[in-house]
Design a protein around this ligand. Structure first.
Ligand SMILES: [Ca+2]
Length: 731
C-alpha cells in the first residue's frame, strides 16, 4: 500500500529484461528447478520441524489431532465441577464441525467467549437497548445451546474493552477535544455524562443483554454472568479502581450493576418462562443464571479483604434508602450479598507452575465462606522451566492444583466450574508460557493426563520421560548461531548451566576467546568463577533420565583435578581427569542415567577453587538397537603427561546406590572407567573430538546453507512465476 508505482521504464525495467533473459535460459530446466525448489522447501520445513522446540511452530495446514479417543475432562470431573474453556469466535462456529469444535465438545461442558460478550462487542448507542449481540458471540451461544454446553457470559461491566462513548454526552466522549472510543484514554470531564444518566445507561445495557439472552432461548444455556470484572485496585484507599464507572457514578456502581442484573433476570425469567416450558409462578432457577463478581490475582491477601468487604460488608443501600427494588431480598441489609444480588466470586487464575497453591486454595475457601459459591474462571498455568523439565513441572502443578480443588469440593467448598483460558497452547494470550493442557495441534499434553490422574484420585505417576515432547542430543559449542536474521548468543542459563554449591555461589559467564571449538569465529566457553571449592556448576540433563548416554566435555583449569558426576537429589560421582596445566582436557564416558528421576544435572567440580572452563559439551543418548556413541580420548594425553584417573570402585558403589538402581548402572560406570574406557579412547583417538563437535556445527551450517539456498531458490521461483504470468498476458 505504501509502495510507489513502478514505471514501465527505468532501472527496474532493465532488471526485468535481464531476468527475462535469465528466465528463457532457465525455462528449459523448469521441471528441474521446480523439483529443486520443492526439495529445498521440504528441507527447510524438515529443518524447522526438527529444530523447533515448540509445537506452536506447526504450519497452518498441519492436521489437528482429534479428541475422539480422549477421556473428556468434563467426564473425569463430572462429580465435582464443570470444566470449561475460553474460546475466541472462529469462523467455523456456524457449521461447528471443525476439529477444534469437536475437541471442545468432547472435552468441555462449559464455554466462555474470550471477547465476544465483552462490552465493546455488543454496546450499540443507536440501539434502544444499547445492546446488539455481535455475530461471533451469537454463533458461539447457538453452538453451546445445540451441543448441551453451558456458557459463562463474560462480561457485563468492565473498565476495559468498552466503548468510551457510553460515558459521553450524546454518546460522544472526547479526549483532548477529540471524540474517542478509547475508555483507557483520559476523557475530558466536560464531555462526560452525570451519575444519573450513566446509571440509566448501565441499567439499559444490562437489561438489553439479559433480554437478548432470554428472548433467544439461551437463559438455560448461560449459567453464570460475570456482572462486574476487575474493579479492585488495592493501591486506592477504598480498594477500588478509578474507572469511569467509578468516577462518574461512585463506588456504588458495583451495587447498581448487580441490582440491575438481578432485576433483569427476575423480570425476563417470568416473562419468557413459557418459552422454556416453565410456569412463570414456579421454580425458575433453571433459567436464572448466577451473578458473579470476577477479578484477577485474587489470592493476594489485600485483594481477598477488599473483595469480601465490598461484596458482603459494605452497606450501599440501607433500608433501600438509596434505591428501592422488587429484586432486593426482604430484610436485606443494604449490602450486595445481604440484598440477594450476588451469587458468587469468580477467580481468574492466571498462574505459573511455581504459584503457591496453598494461598490460592485458601483464598478460594474464604470467598466461598463469604459469598457461598466460587468458580475458577480463567485458569492457565505458565511454564517457568525452559528446559526438558518444562512439561513435567507444569503437569505436576496441574495435578496438585486439581487434586486440591477436588479435595476442597469434597470438604464442602461450592466450586461449580473451572474454566481453562484457551483451548491449546496456540490459542492463548500467553503463548510463550505454553500454559494450557493441549498442544497447538490439539494433542494432549502431560498436563492433560495429570488432570485426569487428579480427577481419578490416582497418584502422580508421570515421569520426566512421560512428559517429554521431543528428545534430542545435547551438542554445545557455546558459539553464537543464527536464528532467522538474528544472531543468538548463549548465556549460561540458556545453555542449561546453573550454579551449584551450598555456600557462596559461583559466577557463571560466557568466556569469549577461551575456547576449544575448532574453527570458531570468536570462540566461547562457559566459565565458572569461584571463590571457594564448594562453588561449582551443573548442567541440565533431566531429559536423559532412564537413557544410556555418552557424555563428553572439554575442561580447563589450573586446579589439579576435574570431576564430573550426576546431581539427582543424590550426588553420584562419575569420573575425574587430571588437569592443572590450564590446557583443555576431555572428560568423556558412557553411562546409564537412573530412571524415573524428576531432575538430573551433570555437575563439574575441581579439587580447588580456580576458575573452571567448559566447552564443546555433548550428551548423545543411545538409540534403541544402536551402539552407544564412542567416548573420546584426551588430545593432550602423552604429550602433557595428563592422566585419566578413574575411581572405579567408588563409582560403582555410588551409582548402584542411585534411586531406581538397576544392573545397567553397573555397566554404566564400567563403560566409562578403567580399561574399557582406555580401549575406547585409543580407538577414538584420531579424528575424535574435533570430528564429533565439528559434526554438530557442520550440521548447523548445512541447515543454514540449505535455508539460504532455499530462500534464493524460492525467490527465483517467484520471479520465474511472475515472468511466466507476464509473458502469458503479453502473449
Ligand atoms: Ca566454544
Amino acid at each position: 500500500m505504501i509502495h510507489g508505482k513502478i514505471g514501465s521504464d527505468g532501472p527496474q525495467y532493465i532488471v526485468l529484461l535481464r531476468l527475462r533473459r535469465f528466465y528463457r535460459e532457465m525455462k528449459r530446466n523448469l521441471k528441474k528447478i521446480t523439483a529443486f525448489i520443492l526439495c529445498m522447501v521440504l528441507t527447510v520445513c524438515a529443518a524447522f520441524a526438527t529444530n523447533s522446540g515448540s509445537i506452536n511452530a506447526l504450519a497452518a495446514n498441519q492436521p489437528y489431532v482429534e479428541a475422539e479417543d480422549f477421556v473428556g475432562l468434563k467426564d473425569a470431573f463430572a462429580d465435582y465441577f464443570k470444566i470449561g474453556v475460553a474460546m475466541p469466535a472462529v469462523d467455523n462456529w456456524y457449521n461447528s464441525d471443525s476439529t477444534r469444535t469437536q475437541s471442545v465438545k468432547k472435552i468441555f461442558n462449559s464455554l466462555t467467549t474470550e471477547n465476544e460478550f465483552k462490552p465493546d462487542s455488543n454496546f450499540n448507542s443507536s440501539s434502544e437497548t444499547l445492546y446488539k449481540a455481535g455475530n461471533g458471540g451469537n454463533g458461539m451461544l447457538k453452538f453451546c445451546d445445540e451441543n448441551g454446553i453451558k456458557m459463562r457470559y463474560h462480561v457485563l461491566v468492565w473498565h476495559s474493552q468498552i466503548n468510551a462513548s457510553i460515558f459521553g454526552k450524546d454518546f460522544k466522549a472526547t479526549s483532548a477535544g477529540k471524540v474517542t472510543n478509547d475508555a483507557n484514554s483520559t476523557l475530558d470531564e466536560d464531555s462526560l455524562v452525570d451519575r444519573d444518566t450513566l446509571l440509566d445507561r448501565l441499567k439499559t445495557y444490562i437489561y438489553g443483554a439479559m433480554e437478548y439472552v432470554y428472548s433467544n432461548g439461551y437463559a438455560d444455556t448461560v449459567y453464570a454472568f460475570d456482572v462486574v470484572n476487575e474493579a479492585v485496585d488495592e493501591g486506592k484507599d477504598d480498594g477500588l479502581r478509578r474507572s469511569y464507572w467509578y468516577k462518574i457514578i461512585g463506588p456504588d456502581f458495583l451495587y447498581f450493576a448487580f441490582l440491575y442484573a438481578r432485576e433483569a433476570e427476575m423480570t425476563y425469567a417470568k416473562q419468557y418462562a413459557a418459552d422454556y416450558g416453565l410456569d412463570p409462578a414456579g421454580d425458575l432457577s433453571s433459567i436464572t443464571p448466577k451473578l458473579f463478581y470476577n477479578d484477577y490475582n485474587e489470592w493476594f491477601p489485600a485483594r481477598v479483604n477488599i473483595i469480601i468487604d465490598f461484596t458482603t460488608k459494605r452497606v450501599y443501600n440501607e433500608n433501600q434508602s438509596v434505591v428501592k427494588s422488587f429484586a432486593i431480598k426482604e430484610g436485606g441489609d443494604g449490602t450486595m450479598l445481604g440484598d440477594g444480588l450476588i451469587d458468587g466470586i469468580g477467580m481468574q487464575g492466571h498462574l505459573s507452575d511455581t504459584q503457591n497453591i496453598d494461598q490460592y486454595i485458601s483464598a478460594l475457601e474464604k470467598y466461598n465462606e463469604a459469598v457461598g459459591e466460587v468458580q475458577i474462571t480463567e485458569l492457565d498455568v505458565g511454564c517457568t522451566h525452559h528446559d526438558e523439565n518444562r512439561w513435567f513441572y507444569q503437569a505436576k502443578f496441574y495435578y496438585e492444583l486439581f487434586s486440591r480443588l477436588v479435595a476442597a469440593k469434597e470438604s464442602g467448598v461450592n466450586l461449580s466450574s473451572v474454566t481453562l483460558w484457551g483451548l491449546s497452547d496456540s490459542m492463548t494470550w500467553r503463548s510463550g508460557d505454553d500454559p494450557l493442557v493441549l498442544n497447538g495441534d490439539l494433542s494432549k499434553k502431560a498436563a492433560y493426563d495429570a488432570m485426569l490422574l487428579a480427577a481419578e484420585k490416582k497418584e502422580f505417576t508421570l515421569t520426566l520421560a512421560d512428559t517429554m515432547q521431543n528428545m534430542a542430543d545435547i551438542e554445545m559449542t557455546f558459539e553464537p548461531y543464527k536464528e532467522g536474521s538474528a544472531t543468538v548468543y548463549y548465556k549460561p542459563k540458556t545453555a542449561g548451566f546453573y550454579p551449584r554449591g551450598t555456600g557462596h555461589q559461583p559466577k557463571l559467564e560466557m568466556a569469549p576467546r577461551v575456547n576449544h571449538t575448532p574453527d570458531a569465529f570468536i570462540g566461547y566457553s562457559v566459565v565458572c568463577e569461584r571463590a571457594e571449592q564448594d562453588a561449582t556448576m551443573m548442567m541440565e540433563a533431566s531429559k536423559f533420565s532412564g537413557k544410556n548416554v555418552t557424555f563428553t566435555a572439554y575442561v580447563k583449569t589450573t586446579d589439579k583435578v576435574v570431576r564430573i558426576g550426576l546431581e539427582t537429589g543424590e550426588t553420584i560421582p562419575l569420573k575425574e581427569v587430571a588437569a592443572g596445566d590450564d590446557e583443555w582436557h576431555v572428560i568423556s564416558l558412557n553411562f546409564d542415567v537412573p530412571e524415573g528421576l524428576n531432575s538430573v544435572y551433570v555437575y563439574f567440580e575441581t579439587d580447588g577453587n580456580a576458575d573452571l572452563y567448559v566447552d564443546d559439551v555433548s550428551m548423545i543418548y543411545t538409540r534403541d538397537g544402536e551402539e552407544p556413541a564412542p567416548v573420546v580420548a584426551d588430545e593432550n594425553e602423552g604429550s602433557s603427561g595428563t592422566e585419566v584417573t578413574d575411581k572405579s570402585g567408588s563409582d560403582d558403589n555410588t551409582v548402584t546406590a542411585a534411586p531406581n538402581e538397576n544392573s545397567a548402572s553397573d555397566d554404566a560406570s564400567q563403560n566409562g572407567t578403567g580399561s574399557n574406557a582406555s580401549a575406547d579412547n585409543s580407538k577414538a583417538n584420531d579424528g575424535n573430538a574435533a570430528d564429533g563437535n565439528a559434526g554438530g556445527s557442520k550440521d548447523k551450517s548445512i541447515t543454514r546453507g540449505a535455508i539460504a539456498v532455499a530462500i534464493v531458490a524460492a525467490l527465483a521461483g517467484v520471479v520465474v512465476y511472475f515472468l511466466k504470468k507476464r509473458e502469458k498476458k503479453q502473449g
